[in-house]
Write a protein that binds this ligand. Structure first.
Ligand code: CA2
Length: 141
């Protein structure tokens, strides 16, 4: 049976490629999804790709992943730095979690240096641009 990886994206990432390309690059989230799906296919991995601007919807998706996924790749966006609720949800998920940030959060404002999600993540990728999502897939493969 093929393994399923949930790729979860937080608030404002729907604007990827449309604003602030100097920080986040020119690829849209649809471009990222397509490349993730193509790479996942080469590994025989199934992908559920999801973005929401709402914390509760991301938490609901993590709960869904508990029964359906063998791994989570998550870019929680700004919730990285604020959300104990997303951390608590991830702590109920028993398979590996990879946290991805497009930008190098450690080169940016100090409020981006702390991540609640990193307290749960098995691996953290930052500053590789959207390639970070595919690097996370390699981790699972
Ligand atoms: O570098 C990352 O991937 C971040 O998770 C992106 C978040 C930011 O709050 C984190 O500190 C680091 C912001 C996502 C907003 O995405 C946009 C994309 C294009 C245009 C505007 C926002």
């Amino acid at each position: 049976m093929s393994k399923t990886i949930y790729v979860l994206n937080g608030p404002n990432l729907n604007l990827l490629g449309k604003r602030q390309p100097e920080i986040y690059g020119h690829e849209t989230l649809a471009d990222v999804e397509q490349k993730v799906r193509e790479r996942a296919a080469t590994f025989g991995l199934e992908i559920v790709f999801f973005q929401s601007n709402h914390e509760g919807e991301i938490i609901d998706k993590i709960h869904e992943a508990r029964d359906h996924a063998q791994g989570i790749i998550i870019n929680p966006a700004a919730y990285t730095h604020t959300s104990v609720a997303i951390l608590d949800a991830l702590n109920t998920f028993e398979s590996p979690v990879v946290e991805v940030h497009i930008s190098n959060v450690h080169k940016r404002e100090s409020f981006r240096h702390h991540s609640y999600v990193s307290l749960r993540a098995d691996a953290v990728i930052a500053g590789m641009g959207t390639l970070g999502y595919r690097a996370a897939l390699e981790y699972f493969a």
